[in-house]
Design a protein around this ligand. Structure first.
Ligand code: AMP
Ligand code: MN
Ligand code: MN
Length: 332
């Protein structure tokens, strides 16, 4: 395990969960399957243990994850701070990525727990459990829940599976280990329906997502040496296709999959003028988290992101230049 030295023991986390009654669980802005899945997984386990639990996300529940059972428990942050004893940040690399409204909603909490798998996580909780060797926060929660003998209801079981499946590219990325497959097997033994869940996760995209793919392909660029592929999403396209934020989730894998490409980049204009940059690497020597950190972003060695100021052309020039420096330093 790649745990940072300041990690709490699972037993200590168990004490905090046992000794308190009210919890708010929060995940990062623009939540993905691991973010929402982690909230549902731990949330329903704690509820089954008789705790009072609120599940808050700055951006609410995205449409593409509304199939997850129990997902109607995910709420937008209430205006007034919640009366809760414990706040738990899940799958969130840095505290500001929880969002201002969510942070305000949790501001009365006496104890902060931070459970995550991003290696750039600075351990901002009172108690931290950061395991960057884990492919998903959902897998860490499986370990915590089973080790502490907490309840594992159907909502928790399915949410763990979706969290891990979406963060591993359907159990494909190198972070997937025997432990991951053993966990999946155990969840199936507990009654999980693989076919149904995978179909709901992967075979149920809105048509506009495929239209988005067409628009992105029109912007595709490949570097002269074939190592870097990038594409971009403009505001106008978002408007024309009536896109939702989650529509672009995972599309970067299409250009990551090009033979010879070692680094894929997705530039996206966000409402309000900020630029979202997603990066994926296929080579451990090319650590995209280090590139992201140069711009105030973060993530993992092979998948990282940035939110930076625009305009897009400027952000693109800066990030592509940094990538070039890292490629040269890595001797690729
Ligand atoms: P994405 O490209 O948005 O799917 O993100 C890839 C990974 O990097 C995910 O694990 C994110 O949580 C993380 N990440 C994305 N954007 C940021 C950011 N601005 N700061 C820190 N981590 C990020
Ligand atoms: Mn995530
Ligand atoms: Mn994750």
């Amino acid at each position: 395990m790649n745990a940072t030295p300041e990690n709490a023991s699972i037993a200590r986390i168990g004490e905090v969960l046992r000794d308190h009654q009210s919890f708010v669980l929060i995940s990062h802005v623009r939540p993905d399957g691991d973010a929402i899945g982690s909230q549902l997984a731990l949330g329903f386990s704690l509820m089954a243990a008789g705790k009072s639990v609120r599940l808050i996300n700055e951006d609410g529940l995205p449409d593409n994850l509304a199939f997850m059972s129990g997902s109607d428990k995910i709420e937008l942050p209430p205006a007034e701070p919640l009366d809760v004893e414990v706040a738990i940040a899940l799958d969130t690399a840095a505290k500001p990525r929880l969002g201002d409204n969510a942070l305000h909603a949790a501001s009365k909490a006496k104890i902060w727990l931070n459970i995550d798998h991003h290696k750039s996580n600075p351990s901002y909780g009172d108690l931290n459990f950061i395991d960057s060797s884990s492919p998903a926060t959902g897998q860490i929660l499986y370990q915590i829940i089973t080790q502490l003998d907490l309840p594992l209801p159907a909502e928790t079981r399915d949410a763990i599976y979706v969290a891990v499946s979406t963060d591993t590219g359907s159990f494909q990325y190198p972070s997937t280990t025997a432990k991951t497959y053993e966990m999946a097997a155990d969840l199936i033994h507990r009654g999980l329906n693989v076919g149904t869940l995978n179909s709901q996760t992967y075979d149920n995209h809105p048509y506009r997502r495929v239209e988005l793919m067409r628009a992105l392909l029109n912007t595709l660029e490949l570097s002269a040496d074939g190592l870097v592929a990038n594409w971009e999403l403009r505001d106008q396209t978002r408007i024309d296709l009536a896109l939702l934020p989650e529509d672009s989730e995972g599309l970067i894998d299409i250009i990551r999959a090009i033979r010879g490409v070692q680094l894929a980049v997705f530039f996206e204009e966000l409402e309000g003028g900020k630029i979202r940059v997603s990066m994926r690497s296929k080579d451990k020597r090319l650590d995209v988290c280090r590139i992201a950190l140069e711009f105030g972003g973060g993530g993992h060695a092979l998948a990282a992101g940035i939110r930076m100021t625009g305009p897009l052309e400027e952000a693109k020039a800066l990030v592509l230049a940094a990538i070039r420096r890292h490629i040269e330093a890595a001797g690729l």
